[in-house]
Design a protein around this ligand. Structure first.
Ligand SMILES: NC(=O)c1ccc[n+]([C@@H]2O[C@H](COP(=O)([O-])OP(=O)(O)OC[C@H]3O[C@@H](n4cnc5c(N)ncnc54)[C@H](O)[C@@H]3O)[C@@H](O)[C@H]2O)c1
Length: 251
């Protein structure tokens, strides 16, 4: 899909990987509407880069429906969706305080997996009404899994399960949406320098980067954003999951 024709919703774009993606898409000539539950940061960042903003909880059906209607009105339609909204919890299955609280397991699945699917199903329903381009495309979707989908660490039962779900559902969704000309791809990031990791002390960041094979550093959010843009632009790339991790393979 030609980037200048793109009308993209980017979820979780008040921060981190989503914010970098919204920025790169705007800089490349796309229209963008940010969905984030953080109204203050989301609206400020959207104004800074010339994007639209809707306060949305991706896991809530009515909230996504309202945000979608706002995005369609702001951009005159929607033909791309980048799902970056996500949360992380780090709790062992059985830890010092006992068994993993079930509500926290459910919460991470609800935001990362159900929230991603909720946006996909509602936004692709709208995309299906778009006129097809010369490749037959009506829309394109990029999801965010994690290397934790494959090499989850201690304390990541819920997070890894949610991200494995995101990676696993891409092929059946791509098959479901093929008849309406919508592609679905997944990025599985390694360790990226976003507010989550920037909060760590310098020595902890150096220790994390030491496990990366090459280049020996944390990923830059713009590197994620460039891959998301490439996935949007490349009509033959479909149902693919790309690890973006400097060959990191955590033990
Ligand atoms: N940073 C990394 O190293 C890394 C690695 C692998 C995967 N990821 C994944 O990439 C995505 C982005 O992560 P990040 O590092 O940019 O995180 P981040 O915390 O910087 O940004 C996440 C954004 O999502 C928003 N959000 C959270 N729950 C939401 C909800 N229910 N509805 C709407 N918005 C919501 C937050 O307000 C925030 O703006 C997440 O899915 C994360 O799991 C990140």
């Amino acid at each position: 899909m030609e980037i200048s024709q793109v009308k993209a919703i980017v979820t979780g774009a008040a921060s981190g990987l989503g914010a970098a993606t919204a920025q790169v898409l705007r800089d490349s000539g796309a229209q963008v509407t940010i969905f984030d539950r953080d109204a203050k940061r989301g609206a400020e960042f959207a104004a800074e880069i010339g994007a639209g903003f809707a306060q949305v909880d991706v896991a809530d059906e009515d909230s996504v429906k309202a945000g979608l209607a706002a995005a369609q009105a702001l951009m005159g339609g929607v033909n791309a969706l980048v799902n970056c909204a996500g949360i992380a919890v780090a709790i062992k299955t059985v830890g010092r305080d006992g068994a993993h609280p079930l509500d926290l397991f459910k919460r991470v699945i609800d935001v990362n997996l159900v929230g991603t699917f909720n946006c996909i199903r509602l936004v692709s329903e709208a995309m299906a009404n778009n006129a097809a381009n010369e490749d037959g495309e009506r829309g394109v979707i990029v999801n965010t899994a994690s290397v934790a989908a494959f090499d989850g660490q201690k304390g990541q039962a819920g997070y890894s399960a949610s991200k494995a779900g995101v990676a696993g559902m891409a092929l059946p969704i791509a098959r479901d949406l093929a008849s309406v000309g919508i592609r679905v791809n997944t990025i599985a990031p390694g360790l990226f320098l976003t507010p989550m990791l920037m909060g760590l002390p310098e020595d902890a960041r150096v220790a994390l980067a030491a496990d990366v094979t090459f280049p020996k550093r944390l990923g830059k959010p713009e590197e994620y954003a460039r891959l998301a843009r490439f996935m949007i632009e490349s009509p033959y790339l479909n149902a693919e999951c790309v690890r973006l991790d400097g060959a990191l393979r955590m033990q």
